[in-house]
Unconditional design. Structure first.
Length: 217
């Protein structure tokens, strides 16, 4: 009985020290943040540059309706339509397909990978401070490349993570390489990033309330 009691006590102590379901964060890469691909037909990939240029001009004339429209504008549109039709192309159908392609591209750039939501992950990246307290950043963007959002256009929304870290992380340079660990959430944010020449609003798909932020080694 004494031996059994000692065994039960040891089991209980182990369970308290290692709660059920406790595990190391899942180490992921930026590719893992992308959603599952949705195949779709992109007819524009099959067109020549001159055809795309003609379609763009026709779209500007008939759909966007420029303010500088003149008496010759409708005639120009008719010429373009006739030229495209002679090449076996239907501009109206292509304009409809354009909306589908644009929507699919938007989803690919903004949708999360649902398989990661709710999981505790560990992800490397470069830190771009948003909010500072006593020389420490408590809110920042984690981005995949140096220069993102400042020296180059921002990555897609699902290729950035908005991070909150109440403990704060010492910042001595922009784009500090770090690891973040925390639960991955699908939570859209619009983040105001202050630049030398003004302010930019950066859209992000993911949010992490960080458990830890460590220098990347």
């Amino acid at each position: 009985m004494k031996t059994l009691a000692l065994a039960l006590a040891a089991t209980l102590a182990f369970t308290i020290a290692h709660p059920a379901g406790a595990s190391e964060p899942l180490e992921i890469t930026w590719v893992d943040l992308l959603p599952e691909e949705r195949p779709y037909h992109d007819p524009f990939a099959e067109l020549e540059y001159s055809q795309i240029s003609d379609l763009a001009e026709l779209y500007r004339i008939e759909i966007l309706k420029p303010a500088e429209e003149s008496d010759t504008t409708p005639a120009r549109a008719a010429v373009i339509r006739e030229k495209l039709a002679s090449q076996g192309l239907d501009p109206d159908q292509l304009f409809k397909q354009r909306d589908i392609v644009m929507n699919q591209r938007k989803l690919a750039a903004t949708e999360p990978n649902v398989d990661l939501i709710g999981k505790v992950v560990r992800l490397p990246g470069y830190l771009l401070p948003l909010e500072m307290v006593d020389q420490k950043t408590i809110e920042f963007l984690l981005v995949p490349t140096v220069g993102a959002c400042i020296h180059t256009p921002p990555p897609p929304a699902n290729q950035m993570v908005f991070v909150r870290y109440d403990e704060g992380f010492d910042v001595d340079e922009l784009y500090k390489p770090v690891w973040i660990s925390g639960e991955m959430r699908a939570q859209s944010h619009s983040n105001a990033l202050h630049l030398v020449d003004g302010q930019a609003d950066i859209e992000t798909t993911y949010f992490v309330e960080a458990m830890s932020v460590d220098i990347y080694k």
